[in-house]
Design a protein around this ligand. Structure first.
Ligand SMILES: Nc1ncnc2c1ncn2[C@@H]1O[C@H](COP(=O)(O)OP(=O)(O)OP(=O)(O)O)[C@@H](O)[C@H]1O
Ligand SMILES: [Mg+2]
Length: 375
């Protein structure tokens, strides 16, 4: 697999790391399934780690690469070959269930900086069903397509639906060295309560449990180094919102609304809550704004129009996007294909991609990507 000198040196260094389960080095054993070197020295390895492999292998792999000439960073994508998200070339091993999450709750920290999460943006709304999850999912995928490292956390403990939208429903996240691994999908690292518990179990949960879950998602999930961290919130201003703003420093919030949701106390209340706790509202996203004819592109307003603009004006905020109603969008999200992937040329996908650019400008500013963390 060696094509360039750094790749060759990495492969050679890895032949010095043994997988004792197989009795061979990690290359011959197939534990390291893929070596990519990009930007001249950033090494990206796919590591197939079975449950009976020593948990210290990732550490040993990193240690072996530390002083290899030309290596400027090391990133490991660790998969259990028995799990459903394992790369295709690893045949599934029957009888090996993925580990259940075991991370323990931590004491409540106050609004911490978590620099490895990058820019943290929450997606909220006053009312349910206006398209928060659709916006979160597509925003995350569009940012990832633009070359960013993106995490997406489903904080909608009562109705988590991101796993379905990403086609990863039923996939259990792995636990490696005591850390929950987010599930990779469409270039985004996704973590949802929907991946861990039965939907009905969450319905009875109250504030303190929700706070613990959100803190665990922030602190105990191995997100790695990210550029953007998108949080899909439940509607309103409940426990999840409060827990989030109390637990971590947010860069900003987006408020999603539909056009007919005029003046709307609910959306205003949401915006006020964020502002009160010092979280800037980046702007308003109007979803289901109009219907764009797929043949001629003509715009037809289905609902009373202008709600997003009115709300933005009332709050003195920018209207960042007007996303049209897109025929087939609900089907696409049911089948795990966000519209920016499934129909990238559609009017809705273009509006969502433009939203991602606006968000980058608002919170990313001129800043460049953070360096890959080594070790
Ligand atoms: N622009 C759009 N065009 C067509 N369908 C859309 C659009 N935006 C969202 N939908 C559909 O509307 C439904 C609700 O969207 P979504 O689940 O994103 O809303 P939500 O605000 O996250 O809802 P909840 O409050 O229940 O979490 C979904 O079936 C979704 O596919
Ligand atoms: Mg939702």
């Amino acid at each position: 697999m060696a094509h360039d000198p750094v790749q060759a040196r990495v492969a050679a260094a890895l032949t010095g790391v043994q997988n004792p389960r197989v009795g061979k080095d990690v290359i011959s054993a197939g534990t390291v399934a893929d070596i990519h070197v990009h930007d001249g020295g950033k090494v990206h390895l796919t590591v197939l780690l079975r449950q009976e492999d020593p948990a210290s292998l990732p550490r040993e792999i990193r240690a072996a690469l530390k002083d290899v000439e030309g290596v400027t960073g090391v990133k490991l994508d660790i998969h259990d070959p028995a799990a459903a998200d394992a790369p295709r070339h690893a045949p599934p091993q029957p009888g090996m269930a993925p580990a259940a999450p075991v991370a323990k709750p931590r004491p409540a920290p106050q609004s911490r900086q978590l620099p490895h999460l990058g820019h943290i943006v929450a997606v909220s709304s006053g009312k349910g069903g206006v398209g928060k999850s659709t916006v979160s999912a597509n925003l995350a995928v569009a940012l990832a397509s633009a070359g960013h490292r993106v995490g997406l956390m489903d904080a909608d403990v009562y109705g988590p639906n991101l796993p379905r939208m990403f086609g990863i429903a039923g996939q259990q996240p792995l636990v490696v060295e005591g850390k929950i691994q987010p599930v990779p999908a469409h270039g985004v690292r996704v973590m949802s309560l929907g991946s861990i518990v039965e939907r009905d179990a969450a319905a009875i949960w109250r504030g303190p449990i929700i706070q613990k879950i959100i803190q665990q998602f922030l602190n105990d999930v191995e997100w790695g180094q990210l550029d953007y961290f998108i949080v899909d919130l439940p509607p309103g201003t409940g426990d999840a919102q409060l827990s989030l703003v109390q637990s971590v420093h947010l860069d900003g919030a987006l408020i999603v609304t539909t056009p007919q949701e005029v003046a709307v106390g609910d959306a205003l209340r949401g915006a006020k809550m964020f502002e009160k706790v010092g979280v800037p509202v980046l702007g308003i996203v109007e979803n289901m704004s109009y219907f764009a004819c797929p043949h001629c592109g003509e715009r037809t307003a289905i609902f009373a129009s202008g709600g997003g603009k009115r709300l933005a004006d009332e709050l003195g905020l920018p209207l960042l996007a007007e996303i049209p109603l897109q025929a087939g969008m609900p089907d696409m999200s049911e089948t795990g294909v966000p519209v920016v992937v499934g129909a990238p040329d559609s009017a809705a996908a273009r509006a969502l991609t433009a939203l991602a650019e606006a968000v980058q400008q608002q919170v990313g500013g001129q800043s460049v990507r953070l360096p890959v963390i080594v070790g």
